[in-house]
Design a protein around this ligand. Structure first.
Ligand SMILES: [Zn+2]
Length: 285
């Protein structure tokens, strides 16, 4: 069965690390429009895996702000659904199962490099926004099978150096990245026992049968990483639609500004949902 023949299933995947700002709200609004245009189902997934950065109070505010904006979802932590639970913090057993499959398949290795080791050896990435390419000190380790649990070390995915990863973006057209050059061995599980974003979203998007992922263009390269994970785990990847990022008049990405305008602030200043939506819609996709 091809993705295009299946019923459209999209998702909103906010992370409760602060107040919802207009940049992210716009991506969610586009995701909701895409699901509506396809008469599909929209899933809300609470990406609250990182206990250092996520706060339950932000999760509540986030849902409130999204519904204030008029966004409606069919499945989510507040309304349930066939793929429950919809909060990543309650899905750890699933990520652990994927970690075991990657370990058993020889796709990942334990990495004990310190931050200092990495800072000394890493090559700076071409793109200032991206993580440095891992220099490979631990990549030939063969003791992965000795670990019954991931905690205590970082786990990295061994990327196939030189392989071109291609995909078709529904908005931007053909994309390609070279493994080992555009990105290196990336972390799938952190030493503090938190599954990495890359692993968690692949496991969830596959299990929740998402057919199209709508997110910001800052994640294009992450899509290439994730496609390698889909293949390693024997899962079918969804389609992708990457939106432009909202920038201010100086070209600074809104998401990077600490004073980024939040939906809450606009509400407090008396903006109506219609005014906010009109503002979001006027920005280029
Ligand atoms: Zn290492």
């Amino acid at each position: 069965m091809t993705a295009s023949k299946r019923e459209y299933r999209g998702r909103l995947a906010p992370s409760p690390t602060g107040l919802l700002h207009v940049g992210h709200a716009r991506t969610f609004w586009i995701a909701a429009q895409r699901a509506k245009e396809s008469k599909g189902t929209l899933v809300l997934r609470n990406e609250d895996l990182d206990p250092q950065r996520c706060r339950p109070k932000f999760a509540d505010t986030m849902l409130e702000d999204l519904s204030w904006l008029g966004l409606r979802w069919d499945e989510g932590p507040d309304c349930g659904g066939p793929c429950a639970p919809y909060s990543q913090s309650e899905r750890k057993a699933r990520y652990l199962q994927a970690w075991r499959r990657l370990r058993d398949g020889g796709f990942i290795y334990p990495c004990t490099c310190s931050r200092k080791d990495l800072a000394l050896a890493a090559t700076a990435p071409n793109d200032a926004d991206d993580e440095p390419i891992y220099p490979g000190r631990c990549r030939s380790r063969e003791d992965a099978a000795k670990f019954a649990e991931p905690a205590g070390v970082n786990w990295r995915f061994r990327v196939p150096d030189g392989e071109e990863v291609r995909f078709q973006d529904a908005r931007l057209g053909p994309q390609h990245f070279i493994a080992g050059t555009d990105f290196g061995d990336f972390i799938v599980w952190r030493r503090d026992d938190v599954p990495a974003y890359q692993l968690a979203v692949v496991v969830d998007d596959a299990e929740m049968q998402i057919t199209e992922v709508v997110r910001g263009a800052d994640l294009l390269k992450s899509t290439a990483r994730q496609l390698l994970l889909y293949r390693a785990l024997g899962l079918t990847p969804p389609g992708f639609y990457h939106c432009d990022l909202v920038v201010d008049e100086r070209g600074t990405r809104l998401a990077k500004r600490h004073d980024a305008l939040s939906i809450r602030q606009l509400r407090d200043r008396g903006w109506t949902p219609a005014q906010v939506i009109a503002g979001l819609g006027a920005l280029p996709r």
